[in-house]
Ligand binder design. Sequence first.
Ligand code: DAH
Length: 356
Amino acid sequence: MDDLRIKYIAAIAETADEAALEELRVQAVGKKGEISLKMRELGKMTPEERQVAGPALNALKNEVNSAIAARKVALADAALDERLRTEWLDVTLPGRPRRQGTIHPVSQVTEEVTAIFADMGFSVAEGPQIETDWYNFDALNIPGHHPARAEMDTFYTHRKEGDNRPPHVLRTHTSPVQIRSMEAKGAPIRIICPGRVYRADYDQTHTPMFHQVEGLAIGKDISMANLKWVLEEFFSAFFGGPVKTRFRASHFPFTEPSAEVDIQCSWEGGTVKVGEGDDWLEVLGSGMVHPHVLKSAGVDPAEWQGFAFGIGIDRLAMLKYGIPDLRAFFDSDLRWLRHYGFSALQMPTVHAGVNG
Ligand code: DAH
């Protein structure tokens, strides 16, 4: 028994982890453990022998069990110490600086425009950037032979040989969203549709992808007067002060009558300033929605009428924030983005004015 004691007490003290300890426990006092087997032999002993061996074996078993329990606690303590040593964290260290992104002027201006029109009861509608030629042209009263199709430098999608369906187009303007929205919601309706549009064109003031916002208001008695008020209200809120507008008769296939709208500006010192001076800057196309367009969208022109307009968002951003070259908008140059970008906390509001 002394041999057993020496053997197990020493072995327990040397175990390196809980698994080894458990193995040792099974080996010593498990069902078929060495000490347990010895206890079974008690039955074969004489009562005298048993009286000596019994208590001694019990004492040995208890001693081994408590050595195991003690070792277990010691191992757990050591493991915890080790974790505390290696997983140590200096919470007093200064934070690592993180690069902060900025809001792109196009996103910022889109939000500003949306906030101003939302205040006048317009909700936001969206449509696909890949359109059928019907939505992009025909439904807007631009038939196949119309010169406007050629003028728009349209990107057409590729069709497999033998597929004679007319190709889809990358929408050349946001006007098709007028049709989709009236189809879906009918009249009355009051929406703006901001989004990307595409034309094969590239120079200082043109990029193959740019942004427009379409406006549409249809009701029983909506007139050009409402259009003028809405636009003046918009420009004054957007540029942060009263802005005069000038309506010039024009022509678009989807409006009748049509008007191009200029805003008041000055060119003093070589830079353009909106809302002062007596020069004019053309900023948008507009008019009363053509009866053919209403009809295409399932709205009865005998009952409903209203106005539409389309503005370039990038153009508005350039004017408001003094950004000279449109192409730089889409170069992803980090220096440009940091210079012209906005903090995520500069949330647009209707009353924020020029300084955001
Ligand atoms: N879709 C025209 C363009 O991209 C802009 C436009 C003009 C939209 C007149 C309108 C409008 O809704 O009434 O050039």
